[in-house]
Design a protein around this ligand. Structure first.
Ligand SMILES: [Zn+2]
Length: 473
């Protein structure tokens, strides 16, 4: 344990200094944690490495100011985009602080799409190109260095092992698009570092995924929309929790509804579905949902601000805002972004202590959807999460949520496939949605046209030569 203490101290020192982290050292910390679990059956205090010093607001602010300055100073020297941007608004990176950060305009996806070369830092060799797979507009291309690709899974492995979310006895089955190269690589590298098994299958027919899920995996990593297809297919095939060995399901990239989460828990026999925030452009900053439904962002690797939707200033508690994320150096080096506007809508939480299990880590509300998909009823916003939560709670289980919503003459017109109301009734469905705060005019389309209503990540289907195998055969 003495050795572990020295390594943790070294890591803490290098987080405060402006130097790169020693990846091998983090790898040894992972091994130390695994050895401790093997010997004593429990992990060292996870909070010490991940959350510890940041619970004190004064310490946190001091850390954030240093990290912002360190990151901006490096970008001012090495990134053509930010050298120009800081110069244009007369910002001196060495004087920036969390309070004066608003002087730097936010970076938007269009900047990355139109000027990718200008984001590349001088002297850093890229080794992996990855593209965003979101359904909103042209993909952005992000280049990553070898150091980044070694560092990020090492950090994830350390916190995962300390929380016992992944152990050498685990086997992870991965259903994310195989074109999401960074996400796939990070899952594989995480498993390799921990010594866990890894099976990357991509977005294949759900029957194939289930045949494999009944053959040993303990961890499942996917998107909410694909999880919905797995749940419905498992139920159609009559599969029960005893047919699976899963202990944990992780999803991200889309809105996970309460209804789907509850059904997945029952179908696969897992205690909860972990709903994570992650986005290619701002890696390795990530967020995790707590039991109270907040999203908590690890404050050691980046800064999360919430600006009002017009971008004029910070959003107040309870107001809708967009999450602005700055990954810090030395966690990002090849093509970093600074004050990146994710357009992911959240509400800041009221000031005061949070009562949840992650209370020491800064948090916002859950992600409510993309800003471009908000509907306005007079002055009242209806978020994509409002729509998905209400719609996916229908007794017809119309999963994953395929609908189109628009405002017409001051009312929401919700177009849904026939299957969403089949056997339940048009009027009952409208009343069900109204009970959940969603007064809508329902329009119904033939099921064959459903796929065009709303694009989802489960649509990134990959073909295989194998015939769909029946699970359990
Ligand atoms: Zn919380």
């Amino acid at each position: 344990m003495f050795e572990t203490g020295v390594r943790q101290l070294r890591m803490a020192v290098s987080m405060i200094r402006s130097s790169r982290l020693d990846v091998a050292n983090i790898g040894r910390l992972v091994q130390d944690a695994l050895d401790t679990i093997g010997e004593f059956g429990e992990s060292p205090d996870a909070a010490m490495v991940t959350d510890g010093p940041f619970a004190d607001p004064a310490v946190r602010t001091e850390f954030q100011n240093r990290a912002v300055r360190r990151t901006a100073e490096r970008l001012g020297c090495l990134s053509p985009f930010y050298r120009e941007r800081f110069g244009a608004v007369g910002v001196q990176p060495a004087r920036l602080s969390v309070d004066t950060l608003g002087q730097v305009p936010t970076t938007v996806k269009r900047d990355l799409v139109e000027r990718p070369a200008d984001f590349r830092c001088a002297g850093v060799q890229p080794v992996l190109t990855t593209r965003t797979t979101g359904s909103t507009g042209r993909p952005a291309e992000v280049l990553l260095s070898r150091y980044e690709l070694e560092l990020w899974p090492a950090i994830t492995a350390l916190s995962g092992v300390l929380r016992q979310e992944i152990l050498p006895t685990d086997q992870m089955q991965v259903h994310v698009s195989s074109r999401a190269t960074a996400a796939v690589y990070l899952d594989m590298a995480l498993c390799r570092l921990v010594g866990a098994g890894c099976r990357v299958l991509g977005i294949v027919p759900p029957e194939q995924a289930l045949a494999s899920l009944t053959d040993g995996p303990t961890l499942l990593s996917t998107y909410p929309s694909y999880l919905a297809q797995l749940v419905l297919t498992a139920q159609d095939l009559g599969l029960k929790p005893a047919d699976f060995t899963l202990r944990r399901i992780d999803v991200g990239g889309e809105v996970l509804s309460e209804a789907l989460s509850a059904a997945a828990q029952v179908t696969f026999g897992v205690p909860r579905v972990a709903d994570n925030f992650g986005m290619t452009e701002v890696l390795p900053v990530s967020g995790r949902r707590c039991a109270a439904g907040h999203v908590h962002h690890d404050p050691s690797v980046g800064l999360v601000e919430v600006l009002d939707l017009a971008g004029t200033g910070p959003a107040g508690p309870g107001e809708l805002g967009t999450a602005i994320i700055t990954p810090y150096y030395p966690y990002r080096e090849c093509m970093p972004v600074f004050r990146y506007d994710t357009r992911d809508v959240v509400r800041p939480l009221p000031d005061g202590p949070l009562g949840c299990e992650l209370a020491g880590v800064p948090a916002t509300s859950a992600i409510l959807g993309k800003a471009s998909q908000l509907l306005w009823m007079g002055g009242r916003p209806v978020t994509p999460r409002d729509l998905v939560e209400a719609y996916e709670s229908l007794p017809t289980r119309p999963w994953p949520a395929r609908f189109a919503a628009e405002v017409r003459d001051g009312r929401i017109r919700l177009t849904v496939p026939q299957a969403a109301v089949d056997g339940y009734g048009h009027r009952a469905a409208a009343a069900h949605l109204a009970d959940r705060g969603l007064e809508v005019d329902l329009a119904v389309l033939p099921d064959e046209q459903a796929a065009t209503l709303r694009l989802l990540r489960c649509d990134l289907r990959e073909t295989t030569f194998a015939e769909p195998a029946l699970a359990g055969t």
